[in-house]
Write a protein that binds this ligand. Sequence first.
Ligand code: ZN
Length: 314
Amino acid sequence: MSKVPVLSCPQPARTQGTNHIINALTIDVEDYFQVSAFAQSIERAQWDSLECRVERNVHRMLDLLAQKDTRATFFTLGWIAERYPALVRRIVADGHELASHGYGHQRASDLSQAEFTEDVSKAKAILEDIGGVQIRGYRAPSFSIGQGNLWALDVLQATGHEYSSSIYPVKHDHYGSPDAPRFAHPIREVLMEIPPTTLRLMERNLPSGGGGYFRLLPYGISRWLLQQVNQRDAQPAIFYCHPWEIDAEQPRVAGIGWKSRFRHYVNLDKTEQRLARLLDDFRWDRMDRIFLDRPPVAANARAHTPSLHGVPVA
Ligand SMILES: [Zn+2]
């Protein structure tokens, strides 16, 4: 079968069997003190003086993935890669996709076009230099690309990225574009947007792709949400998590509001075990293999039909 170029509509990868859709597992490589919700309490200049735990946490995740013979995409900060080059090399050596989370974990919506261009270019150069592979994917910190800064997509394309996973079609107080398409779609000439997974329920898009929701909700509900996307929408899920989410012993950050505190620390001690179950219960692979490299096997018109408020129009 001939290879289909990116701009032909992407098709989910499929094989025979009941659990036939291969989902995308993604990990945003950043440390606990770099999350956007803590930006008011922790100065960027302090980062180098804080206890770094990202290295051991990513190694733990890599060990788990090796044990489950599963590959994933690691959206990695340039700031982390500079300090832990051996970690970046292990990500690549273990067969995972190395992708970019930008350099300094600044929201795209807080940067000028020139600053954003510098941030993503710097991260891509550092990751490619250390990893020795081409960086094709980018995820904006806190899913911070939306209606107000769609120019960021032009920058990503111009700087050689092939896909973004930065527009979360949900309503959230810190991010989200609830009317954006729910599934992978071409968004510029040679750039695809691959949004984290949502489930359409009661005329709303429910965040179903991981993060704090995966820690907050009982595992059975998270599994059901992903199963619905696989079975009802016949689409691969895009799941995301962070190395600090498996680290219950991380230092507690002082001076943050109750909401951020709850979101960050809830059920940290349960995440690794839940992740292991998730790896057993679904099939997983890297973003690039699912959405860029695999030729389509079966037609699925719903994935590509124009959508109305995120609901594919049949
Ligand atoms: Zn992040």
